[in-house]
Each structure stands twice: as structure tokens, then as C-alpha cells.
Design a protein around this ligand. Structure first.
Ligand code: ADP
Ligand code: ADP
Length: 223
């Protein structure tokens, strides 16, 4: 479960990127975070994976207060959270296989187990023919699927995605959303930031709407 209590986030003293955010996202939920560019979506996601600490207020993941985590505890938290970025952030000089294997190498998995698990997820993503390709030889939709494979290969408790369909055509959007649904069905809590109305309208999921750093619409999830 993700909880925020009275969270404020300011990058500069005189302005708030987020103001008085209160929310509860139950374990196993699939939530869209929406709002115009600059509304605070990325900032909110960064608070969840402890890339930022709030200026005020508390962020809790499964009851653990992130504002009280020490630097050395952050890697532990990150291992349970898969993150997907709009610009993929794949390593250009590594193969698809290597890009996805990194997640498990960091966790100390053995080579054999890594191989099995990575092939399995790449197959699920329809990328079995691309394991030895480097990212720049792939289409945008394929690159995003590699990024998703990397984020999901260790079955994280939480998946956080920032505008994951931003650069994709409808067919690829649909494929990416399908992968989110499958991850959610496997028990992963999914939080997707998007300003794509069509993606949200077709999903029948909970929507948290931000406007100028404040939550303006939260059926069922405000805590
Ligand atoms: P969104 O993801 O909804 O587009 P962001 O969370 O990126 O919104 O940004 C929210 C506000 O915070 C915006 O006004 C943005 O300019 C500002 N902001 C975001 N990141 C930084 C930063 N690193 N330094 C200063 N201001 C920032
Ligand atoms: P998005 O809109 O996709 O959420 P942005 O374009 O707002 O992303 O932000 C891209 C990067 O630039 C982020 O790392 C963010 O923290 C940083 N950033 C955004 N706005 C500002 C700003 N006003 N000043 C400094 N950095 C910013």
C-alpha cells in the first residue's frame, strides 16, 4: 500500500510542485495519475520510489516511512519497485538481454537463473527475436517493452510508470497497457502517470487528477 499524508514538495522556496497531497493506494490496485504537464505527476512518482524526499509530510510504502529511510536503505526499497520512464533509459551499448538482466544481477541472482527468467519475460513481451539486439535498433514500442521487462522481471511489489505510452502509436499503446494489466493480475500494484485521455477513459480504473500540484478528483482513494 502506498500512502501520502499532507505531502508538500517544493523545488524552489516560493513555489510548490505538490501541495497537501493525501492519498491511499491499496495493495494490488491499478491507478492512473493524470493532469496537465507541470501538474506534479512526475514529482509524485519520484516520491514513491524515493528519488525525492518531500519538503513536508510523509510517504509510506507498506507502512514504512520513506522520509525516515537512511541512504543505505533506499536500494532495498528500490528493489521492490519497478520504474518505467517515458524515454526508456535503456543502456545503448548493451543488448536487450543485458538490459533486462541488470535488474537481477543487482539482486545477486545466479547466471543460470537470470538467463531463464530473462528469456521467459522477453518471450512474454514478444521480444524473443530481439534478445541480442541493442536498443537503438528497436522501434519505440519495442524499446518500451524492454524497459517494461527490466522493470517487471523480478515481479516487483509496485510498478511506477511515467508517461509510458507518450511516444507510441495506438497499437503499441494497447500492447503496453496489456502488459500493465497482466502485471497487475500477478499482484503488482500499478501507478501510471499519463495525460492521455483515451488511455484513461478506456481503462475503467481509479484516476487521481492533479492540478497545479493539488489533487482535484479522487474517487475512492483519498485517505
Ligand atoms: P508533470 O510530471 O505533471 O509534468 P512535474 O512533476 O514534472 O509535473 O513538475 C511539477 C512542477 O515542478 C512544474 O512546475 C515543474 O516545472 C517543477 N519541477 C519539476 N522538476 C523540477 C526540478 N528538478 N527543479 C525545479 N522545478 C521542477
Ligand atoms: P514530464 O513532464 O515528462 O514529467 P519534465 O519534462 O517535467 O517531465 O521533466 C524532465 C526532467 O526535468 C525531470 O528530471 C524534472 O525533474 C526536470 N525538470 C522539470 N521541470 C524543471 C524545472 N522547472 N527546473 C529544473 N528541472 C526541471
Amino acid at each position: 500500500m502506498i500512502q501520502m499524508h499532507n505531502v508538500f514538495m517544493s523545488y524552489q522556496p516560493e513555489s510548490s510542485a505538490l501541495a497537501d497531497i493525501n492519498l491511499k493506494i491499496p495493495k494490488g490496485d491499478f491507478v492512473f495519475l493524470t493532469g496537465q504537464s507541470g501538474a506534479g505527476k512526475s514529482t509524485l512518482l519520484k516520491l514513491v520510489y524515493a528519488d525525492l524526499t518531500p519538503t513536508r509530510g510523509q510517504v509510506l510504502i507498506d507502512g514504512v516511512n520513506l522520509t525516515r529511510l537512511s541512504r543505505s536503505q533506499i536500494p532495498m526499497l528500490r528493489r521492490s519497485i519497478g520504474v518505467v520512464f517515458q524515454d526508456y533509459k535503456l543502456l545503448p551499448n548493451r543488448t536487450v538481454l543485458e538490459n533486462v538482466a541488470i535488474t537481477l544481477e543487482v539482486l545477486g541472482w545466479g547466471k543460470r537463473d537470470i538467463g531463464k527468467k530473462v528469456f521467459h519475460i522477453l518471450k512474454r513481451m514478444g521480444l524473443e527475436d530481439k534478445v541480442n539486439a541493442t536498443p537503438l535498433r528497436l522501434s519505440g514500442g519495442e524499446q518500451q517493452r524492454v524497459a517494461l521487462a527490466r522493470a517487471l522481471v523480478n515481479d516487483p511489489k509496485i510498478l511506477v510508470a511515467d508517461e509510458p505510452t507518450g511516444n507510441l502509436d495506438d497499437e503499441n499503446k494497447e500492447a503496453i497497457l496489456q502488459i500493465f494489466k497482466e502485471a497487475n493480475n500477478r499482484g503488482t500494484t500499478v501507478v501510471v502517470a499519463t495525460h492521455d485521455r483515451r488511455v484513461i477513459e478506456n481503462s475503467h480504473r481509479t484516476v487521481i487528477r492533479l492540478d497545479k500540484g493539488r489533487i482535484v478528483e479522487v474517487p475512492d482513494v483519498q485517505g
